[in-house]
Write a protein that binds this ligand. Structure first.
Ligand SMILES: Cc1cc2nc3c(=O)[nH]c(=O)nc-3n(C[C@H](O)[C@H](O)[C@H](O)COP(=O)(O)OP(=O)(O)OC[C@H]3O[C@@H](n4cnc5c(N)ncnc54)[C@H](O)[C@@H]3O)c2cc1C
Length: 388
């Protein structure tokens, strides 16, 4: 018997989230962007329906599912034209890390709010002088010998959604570990902490979520701001980074599906010769290929989510990278072909597809670039030597 890829519960979740997405749709997001505000109504309603914390433990207000379920939520909202980027960060990275490695007190303090969406957490690892090479991050935590507090100093860039977040989960390193391979430590930093500054980055992106540069200048944090063990290192970090990659795949697949659906609708109707343009194979075949690529990327995403949810962190690492790669490439291609299918209308504001060209590139760059995934597969999977 062929194993069922999605259970009836998954299908029901997909249908229910798709219905919520259809209620809001792309026009809602376009309006919030034009008005310079956040998609609060959609976020709150999704929270009330239990979708935002579907992956978090039931005992702390979540749905008791995993990244499989959360990726369904993001994909379906994206396919309706209204993705919530903060799902990648708040419940997927921060919620997962706290649920897996946080103290009981941290779980009680954060998970109910992250589950119903009443609280949000951003995530900061990228630094101006480190970029793709996280081993070079220099955000450093030192202990105040008198109080036991942490003092955190450093800079972060491109951190999404800090303006809507109660705190940022910051990746730093401890003072006696300033050099060599990264031994990361994760700190919950409230966004209203003293000496924590944020500056919006002027992005050419049409999205409700903004990116920020952060400066931390001896930000004083209580001893229990540290999540998990000072020495647990990369395992803890990747407990958050693998869900982030799987969720970015969901983001890309959702966006690709949305663009493709608009192109198909258009190609069925638009007639400039005898038959609608969708009858020309030069238009139809690339759309069919884009659909196949998105379906294949989803299969890889489902595999990665399954491995992660069943506790295979190593297997999930490889699959999450491959899923993110496949989904980003499928998304970029689907958006490009969809814009092209609409001819001049592909570039009008009315049809709203052109802005997705930039948005789709996000999935190729973040959270880990196409090239760094190819590097990972070259070295880890194929055993080829490294050039850097
Ligand atoms: C919209 C958006 C939202 C983001 N949100 C967040 C967030 O919330 N939190 C967060 O921490 N970060 C966030 N990021 C940052 C993102 O993760 C980084 O941009 C990404 O990791 C790439 O780092 P970089 O921009 O410094 O590029 P660089 O590392 O400078 O790379 C530049 C180019 O060089 C290539 N390159 C680098 N090294 C190699 C190599 N060894 N071999 C081959 N090619 C190489 C890269 O693939 C890339 O094409 C966000 C970025 C964007 C665009």
């Amino acid at each position: 018997m062929i194993p069922q890829i999605e259970t009836d519960e998954h299908k029901a979740l997909r249908a229910a989230v798709a219905a919520l997405g259809a209620k809001y749709g792309r026009d809602y997001i376009t309006r919030t962007i034009a008005e310079g505000r956040h998609p609060t109504e959609l976020w709150n309603e999704a929270g009330k329906l239990g979708y935002l914390g579907v992956n978090l433990p039931e005992e702390h207000g979540g749905g008791g599912g995993g990244i499989t379920e959360l990726s369904i939520v993001l994909e379906e909202l994206g396919a309706a034209g209204c993705p919530l980027l903060m799902l990648v960060v708040s419940p997927a990275i921060c919620g997962t890390v706290i649920a897996r490695f946080g103290t009981e007190e941290q779980k009680r303090a954060w998970l109910p709010g992250l589950s119903d969406g009443s609280r949000r957490m951003a995530f900061g690892i990228t630094e101006p002088d480190a970029g793709s090479n996280s081993h070079r991050i220099t955000t450093t935590a030192r202990r105040d010998p008198d109080t036991g507090d942490w003092l955190l100093t450093g800079r972060k860039v491109f951190i999404s959604g800090v303006d809507t977040a109660d705190a940022v989960l910051i990746v730093g390193r401890t003072e006696d570990d300033r050099t060599g391979r990264l031994k990361p430590c994760l700190f919950i930093v409230p966004t209203d902490a003293e000496n924590f500054h944020r500056r919006p980055i002027d992005m050419e992106l049409s999205a409700s979520e903004k990116q920020f540069e952060l400066t931390l200048d001896d930000v004083r944090l209580p001893a229990d701001a540290l999540v998990g063990d000072e020495d647990a290192g990369l395992l803890q970090l990747f407990a958050g980074l693998n869900p982030e990659r799987i969720m970015t795949a969901a983001f890309g697949i959702g966006m690709g599906r949305y663009a493709l659906s608009k192109a198909i609708e258009y190609a069925r109707d638009r007639t400039v010769w005898k038959a609608p343009i969708g009858a020309h194979q030069a238009i139809a075949h690339p759309l069919a290929q884009a659909h196949i690529d998105l379906e294949l990327a989803r299969l890889m995403m489902q595999k990665a989510a399954h491995l992660y949810d069943t506790g295979d962190d190593i297997g999930a690492g490889e699959a999450a990278n491959m899923a993110k790669y496949a989904a980003a490439e499928a998304c970029v291609k689907a958006v490009d072909q969809s814009v092209h299918t609409l001819g001049g209308n592909g570039l009008t504001r009315e049809f709203g597809l052109a802005s997705l060209i930039t948005a789709s590139r996000v999935a190729r760059i973040a959270p880990v670039s196409r090239e760094m995934i190819l590097n990972y597969v070259s070295h880890q999977t194929l055993g080829l030597p490294k050039s850097y």
